[in-house]
Design a protein around this ligand. Structure first.
Ligand SMILES: *Cc1c(COP(=O)(O)O)cnc(C)c1O
Length: 363
C-alpha cells in the first residue's frame, strides 16, 4: 500500500522537538497570541525575506483579510486563475468582489501576464496569481501589467513554501502574499493555520488589526474585524517544522527529478520547469488523456493518487450563479479531466517511488 501522502512520519521524525515545543507552549500560560506566535511570525518573515508576517487562523482567512485590508469589496473585480483551489475564488467572493477568471498557460498550469492584460476591465482592482502545485508563477510580467494598470497584486502562496522566483523566495514580490499551513502543505501545522507576509508595514498592521476584532488595543475597536488569529500551539509546531522545511523540500526535489527522468518516455505529459523557477513540488502533477483509467489501475495496485482539482470553481454549484458557460474556460475544464497527482512527500521512500514508477511504466 502506497499512500498518496502520509503525515504521521513527519511527526515521528522530529517527535522530541515537537513535544518539547508543545509542552513549552502549554506551560507558558499564553493560549492566544504571545511569544510562540510572534516568534514564528519573525522566523517566517525572515525565511520569506519579507519585512512583516502576520499569523492568521487559516489560508482562506489570510486571503480574505488581505483583500479587505486593501479595501477591495463590492463593485470591484479581481483576476484569478480558472484552475485554482476554490479558496482563491472564495476569498474574493467573501469581500463582495467579483472573480474574473483567467485561463492558465496550458504548459505551466499557471496564470500568465498576456492573458491577464486582455481580461482587465474598469472594475478590475487586483490580480491574484496562485503558485499552483509549488511552481512559482512568472511574477515580473504580472507586476509590470499591474503597475501599468494601477492594480494591486495578492499572491496565493498556499502551495509554495520556500519556492524561489529568479532566485528569491516567494514572500514579498507583490503587495501581499498569503499562506496556508493546512497539515498537507509543505509547511503544515497539526490543524488549521495561515499567515500573510509583506514589505508594507502599514498593510501588515491593518491586517493584524482586522484579524483581531478590528482592535490593536484591548476593548478599543477601530474597524469591524473578525477573529482569525494564529493559534500559539500551531505556531510552536510551525517554528520547529520550519527548521526542517529545506531538508523536506530537498527530498521532494529528489523525488520529482526521479519521476521526471524515469517517466520521460511514457505517454504522460510531465511538469515543465522554466529556467527562472525553483519549485518546491507541493504536488507532482502529470497529465493523461486516460487519466481515470490510469488512476483506477494504480488504485488496484494499492497506489494512492489524487486529482487537483476534479471540478474547477466555475463548474461548482457554489458558482452556478456566475453565468459562466460550461465551455467558456476550456483549459481549466480539460485540466480537470487530465491531471493526476502522483504520490509525493518528504517521507515517500525510494522503494515506494520505484513501485509507483514501475506500475505506471507497466500500463
Ligand atoms: C490550501 C489552499 C488554500 C486555503 O488554505 P486553508 O488553510 O485550507 O484555508 C488557498 N489556496 C490554495 C491554492 C490552497 O492550496
Amino acid at each position: 500500500m502506497i499512500l498518496f501522502s502520509d503525515l504521521a512520519p513527519t511527526y515521528f521524525e522530529i517527535k522530541d522537538e515537537i513535544d518539547f515545543a508543545i509542552n513549552r507552549a502549554l506551560s507558558s500560560g499564553w493560549y492566544i497570541g504571545g511569544a510562540e506566535v510572534s516568534g514564528f511570525e519573525k522566523k517566517w518573515a525572515t525565511y520569506c525575506d519579507a519585512s512583516r508576517c502576520v499569523g492568521i487562523a487559516n489560508g482562506l482567512d489570510a486571503l480574505t483579510i488581505a483583500l479587505k485590508a486593501l479595501d477591495i469589496g463590492s463593485g470591484d473585480a479581481v483576476i484569478a486563475p480558472s484552475n485554482t483551489y476554490i479558496a482563491s475564488w472564495l476569498a474574493i467572493s467573501n469581500v463582495g468582489a467579483t472573480v474574473q477568471p483567467v485561463e492558465p498557460n496550458a504548459l505551466t498550469h499557471n496564470i500568465d501576464a498576456a492573458m491577464i492584460e486582455k481580461a482587465i476591465t474598469p472594475a478590475t482592482r487586483a490580480i491574484m496569481p496562485v503558485h499552483l502545485y509549488g511552481q512559482p508563477v512568472d511574477l515580473d510580467p504580472i507586476l509590470e501589467v499591474a503597475r501599468r494598470h494601477n492594480l494591486l497584486v495578492i499572491e496565493d502562496a498556499a502551495q509554495a513554501h520556500g519556492a524561489c522566483y529568479k532566485g528569491q523566495r516567494i514572500g514579498a514580490h507583490s503587495d501581499v502574499v498569503c499562506w496556508s499551513f493546512y497539515p498537507t502543505k509543505n509547511l503544515g501545522a497539526f490543524g488549521d493555520a495561515g499567515a500573510v507576509t509583506t514589505n508594507n508595514i502599514e498593510l501588515a498592521d491593518r491586517i493584524r488589526c482586522l484579524a483581531n476584532y478590528g482592535s490593536n488595543e484591548k476593548y478599543i475597536n477601530v474597524e469591524q474585524g473578525v477573529n482569525s488569529r494564529l493559534d500559539p500551539l500551531q505556531a510552536a509546531v510551525l517554528s520547529v517544522k520550519l527548521n526542517h522545511l529545506d531538508t523536506w523540500t530537498d527530498r521532494r526535489r529528489t523525488l520529482a527529478q526521479r519521476y521526471s527522468e524515469q517517466l520521460e518516455d511514457c505517454r504522460l505529459t510531465l511538469p515543465i520547469v522554466p529556467e527562472w523557477a525553483d519549485p518546491v513540488w507541493h504536488l507532482y502533477v502529470v497529465r493523461s488523456h486516460e487519466r481515470d483509467r490510469l488512476q483506477s489501475c494504480l488504485q488496484d495496485l494499492g497506489i494512492g493518487t489524487l486529482i487537483h482539482y476534479p471540478i474547477p470553481p466555475h463548474m461548482q454549484k457554489a458558482y452556478g450563479n456566475m453565468g459562466i458557460a460550461p465551455d467558456a474556460l476550456p483549459v481549466a475544464n480539460s485540466l480537470a479531466q487530465e491531471v493526476l497527482s502522483l504520490p509525493m512527500g518528504p517521507h515517500l521512500t525510494t522503494e515506494q517511488q520505484t513501485g509507483v514508477i514501475r506500475a505506471i511504466l507497466d500500463q
